[in-house]
Write a protein that binds this ligand. Sequence first.
Ligand code: SF4
Length: 92
Amino acid sequence: MLNIDFEQEDWMLEGSCLYSDTDLFFPVGSSMKAMKQANEAKAICMECPVVNECLDYAIRTNQDSGIWGGTDEEQRKSIRRQFRKTGLVVNY
Ligand code: SF4
């Protein structure tokens, strides 16, 4: 993960990706390789103890690239649209 401010976001120190290959979480393009990297990153997220905090942070701070909280860019856009329409985020 990049641009981390550890003083403000202590949960990041507990992320399962802390010692993972950063490239997995920031796949480039839409090639099969990139999709495989994204899926590997999402699988790591699903085992992460701070997945909810991570997704909340990504939404709050408009992280528009990479895998955060088990979601990719398009999924986070969808969450933001859903929230703008309904004020709720359901089952993500
Ligand atoms: S949810 Fe994923 S991106 Fe977020 S801290 Fe955990 S492993 Fe890293």
